[in-house]
Structures are given as C-alpha cells and as structure tokens.
Design a protein around this ligand. Structure first.
Ligand code: C5P
Length: 297
C-alpha cells in the first residue's frame, strides 16, 4: 500500500499563555501543501505464525526509526486495538524537512493510522482514530481532517473549513532547525500570549480573500520567539519580504517561511525571478493538493 503524507502550513497561528499541563492554547488555520513524504506498507514476509510486529525503515540515515518515531507510535496505537500482531513492514521516504514547522512527522503518523486501520480491516471509527491521533501529537489530528481546518485546544480540536482562495505558495526552507519545545519555552520566557478569543475572526470571509489582502490578516505568534532565538531567520524574513514585495509569514514554530499567490503562473514566475537573491531552498507548491495514493477513495 502506497500512501502520501502532505506537509502543512499554519496560515494563521495565535498562541495563548501556557496552560497548567505545559501546553499552550492555540487557534490556528492550517492547510496542506504539495510537499510529500511517501510511505509504503507491506505485510511482513516472516511467515504467518510469528510475523514481526512492525518494522520501519527510512531513506534518511539520521532519522531514528525506533519506537519514538511517530510512525511507530501510530503503528503501536493501532496494534493495541487488534488482538493479533500487526506483521507490517513500513518504508518511509522523507521529503518534508524536520524542525521546519511543516508537520512532517505528524502527517506521517496520521496517514499511518489510516493506512493500518484500512490494511488490517481494524475498522476503528473516525472518532477513535482522532483520539489516538491526539495522543501521538498536537498536530496529528489535523491530518485526519485535511486539507483545511481551524485547530484549537492544544491543536487537537479540529474543525474543517473551506480551502483558502489562493491556490499556490512559495515555501522558503532555510537550513535552520527550530525545535518546537524550545520555541514555546522562549515564548514563555518573553512573557508572550494573551487570552485567545476567535469569535471576531470571520474565517469563511478570510477563505474567500485573494492572496494579498489575506496575507495582511495572517499572524504567527511564534515568530517573535523564533526570531529572537534565530536572528538569521528574522533577517531572512525581512529580506524575502523586500525581494518579493509581499508579506511573508513563518509556519508553525519555524523555520519555514511562506507567502501566497492566487495563481500557479504568478507563483512560478516569482520563483523564476529569485535565483541568487535569497539564501534558502525555495519551492512553488499548490495549497490543499489532492492525495493521489492508495488511500484515495
Ligand atoms: O504535541 P507535540 O508533541 O507535538 O508537542 C511538542 C511540544 O511542543 C510540547 O511538548 C510542548 O513543549 C510544545 N507545545 C505547546 N503547546 C502546544 C503544542 C505543543 O507548548 N499547543
């Protein structure tokens, strides 16, 4: 079974003061983008009597494939819901950089939950899958509701909304690894975060806005702590806004930056004009892409 796991961007991210459980309340509009990890699941060949429970291999030597990998956590969660061993080998091809605020590990985990539930005929209903997803990580449930949703709570309370009107984005991927817990810790050290109230946000209106007006509304409260820890990221944002002459935002806890376009042509023309002007890998990606894989129904 071949499965695609898309990256996400946080179009808008408001963060409140730290809760007693250590997490932060947030309100975020997230959508998927056309940058994918790819997963392959096969029944293990070690014989029906005692199949290996679950084994993960990855094309990136520096990525740990043990129990801490979110794919393995997802497999363990499904494994606990069935009486027999899973007996599945998984292969992960990574394209989504980690420490980039693009949710790659969370997407891998969510797609693994759905794939193994299907492969095994476990038949866990959607609410059960979302409960398992929330235990694995705050961003994991979103990927069960993709491509466009408002996420609340610590991220795990998800409400689908219309896809944004702008259909393309430039993703700016600097060689900076932003560890999420460290960014939130800096957020606390800087005494950031006011009580959140999204009653005022007209989400459906925002979803109908063209790129430039929409960009002026979008905020990411984690930019301040990320930029205070990584001054080169602050400088890159400033430079890209100048060069592109449009607002550029950070996704999640960083380090990736993005800006939006109404059309593929405008996005690709802008990308073509950039070589040598910005020191980062830059990709033109569609927003909310269809997932053409074996889970597509
Ligand atoms: O839920 P997840 O494991 O992805 O969170 C990673 C870390 O990010 C948490 O341990 C916490 O430090 C921080 N976090 C947070 N508030 C959130 C989500 C994550 O403080 N809403």
């Amino acid at each position: 079974m071949h499965v695609l796991a898309p990256a996400k961007i946080n179009l808008h991210l408001r963060v409140g003061p730290r809760r007693d459980d250590g997490f932060h309340p947030l309100i975020s509009w997230m959508c998927t983008v056309g940058l994918f990890d790819s997963l392959r699941f096969e029944r293990s060949k070690e014989g029906r009597a005692a199949p290996r429970d679950f084994a993960l291999a990855c094309d990136q030597a520096d990525l740990p494939c043990g129990a801490d990998n979110l794919v393995c956590k997802a497999a363990a969660a499904i494994g606990q819901a069935i009486p027999e061993p899973l007996g599945v080998d998984a292969f992960l091809n990574k394209s989504i950089p980690s420490g980039a605020g693009l949710g790659g590990g969370s997407a891998d985990a969510a797609r693994t939950l759905v794939a193994l539930n299907r492969l095994h005929g476990t038949g866990l209903p959607f609410p059960a899958l979302t409960a398992l997803a929330a235990r694995i990580g705050s961003d994991v449930p979103f990927f069960l509701y993709e491509p466009s949703a408002i996420c609340r709570g610590r991220g795990e309370v998800v409400q689908k909304i219309a896809a944004p009107l702008p259909k393309w984005a430039l993703l700016i991927l600097p060689a900076i690894h932003c560890p999420t817990p460290r960014i939130y810790q800096r957020f606390d050290e800087m005494n950031l975060g006011t009580v959140l109230d999204d009653a005022e946000v007209p989400w459906e209106n925002w979803a109908r806005m063209e790129a430039r007006p929409l960009l002026t509304h979008l905020v990411n409260d984690l930019e301040q702590p990320a930029f205070s820890l990584f001054s080169e990221l602050a400088a890159l944002r400033q430079r890209t806004e100048q060069v592109l002459d449009r607002p550029v935002r950070m996704s999640g806890s960083g380090s990736s930056l993005f800006t939006l376009f109404d059309s593929e042509l405008e996005c690709r023309d802008t990308l073509a004009s950039l070589p040598g002007k910005v020191e980062a890998k830059i990709l033109a990606v569609p927003l909310c892409p269809k997932l053409h894989d074996d889970l597509a129904s």
